[in-house]
Design a protein around this ligand. Structure first.
Ligand code: SF4
Length: 281
């Protein structure tokens, strides 16, 4: 297992993005964001550009948050994914199926699905009604059955029955967006091309001040600019864990949260950690 300790050292990291002083951010933020949107469409989403990018908060503070989360949830023995899988094909199919449902529901049907259809060629030639019946508890089962069967066909016809290891190839598969592609690349191949942004990651990124965006692509870009590449894969896991245990959508436990002194939702935007005053004698 790869070591995750020190993945977000405050100043280290392979990003070559030029960071701007706070006072310059507003001046160029608009043009810069447009330019980054173009890079995004061109697939240049890997932090290899020297284009200035207006980061949402200071990097040191973001890395302090990361370090606390890693201390809380970064147990080296943890599987780092919530889906049970044994090979790249399984994580790809399970991640497609996990859209708009819980990982627990997906894990509940995985044994039945893969005992009957263990390989792409099995799923590609399956009876759609049988696949729909197996995945019915997940909701949107007709659409999902079509996606996983078409994806299996595409794997056979275009990739020799193997799951591709490149972002653009994964994005060409039916039902696969950047979130799914990032998860597959990370867990199946140990490749970090971006940050998988699901509902937990989006919510916590906004609450913690990592991003002010609502669009997952914008949030991902903000996270990639803020954190070194070595932290991208783990960030998804840490934010999901914190979202599930403490920072829930409806009722975040801010009073007991270990991040409360760093979280703009509590301290206000970009305020320094409150200094405790000594009581006068
Ligand atoms: S302080 Fe509150 S809003 Fe901020 S991360 Fe913790 S639980 Fe979430």
């Amino acid at each position: 297992m790869r070591s995750r300790k020190g993945a977000c050292a405050p100043v280290a990291g392979p990003l070559t993005i030029t960071y701007l002083p706070e006072c310059n951010r507003n001046l160029i933020s608009r043009g810069s964001r447009v330019a980054w949107s173009i890079l995004e469409r061109l697939g240049r989403f890997d932090g290899s550009s020297n284009l200035p990018y207006p980061i949402a908060m200071d990097r040191e503070r973001a890395c302090r948050v990361y370090s606390i989360l890693e201390g809380l949830y970064g147990d080296p023995g943890s599987p780092r994914t919530f889906l049970r899988f044994e090979n790249p094909f399984q994580i790809l199919i399970l991640t497609i199926l996990s859209a708009r449902t819980t990982d627990r529901s997906v894990n509940a049907i995985r044994d039945r699905l893969f005992s009957r259809y263990p390989r792409p060629e099995d799923l590609a030639n399956a009876d759609p009604r049988d696949v729909e019946e197996i995945i019915r508890p997940l909701g949107f089962y007709r659409e999902k059955a079509r996606h996983i069967m078409e994806t299996s066909r595409a794997l056979i016809e275009r990739f020799g029955g193997r799951v591709p290891e490149r972002m653009e190839d994964l994005l060409s598969l039916p039902g696969v967006g950047r979130k799914t592609a990032n998860i597959v690349l990370d867990h199946a191949f140990g490749i970090h091309e971006g940050v998988a942004v699901d509902t937990h990651v989006a919510r916590l990124s906004r609450r913690l001040g990592f991003s002010s965006g609502r669009d997952p692509a914008r949030i991902e870009r903000d996270l990639m600019a803020l954190f070194p590449k070595s932290a991208w894969g783990n960030l998804n896991y840490l934010l999901i864990r914190h979202g599930r245990t403490t920072c829930s959508a409806r009722k975040p436990s801010c009073t007991t949260c270990p991040l409360r002194n760093l979280c703009p939702s509590v301290t206000g935007p970009f305020e320094k950690k409150p200094v405790r005053r000594e009581k006068s004698p």
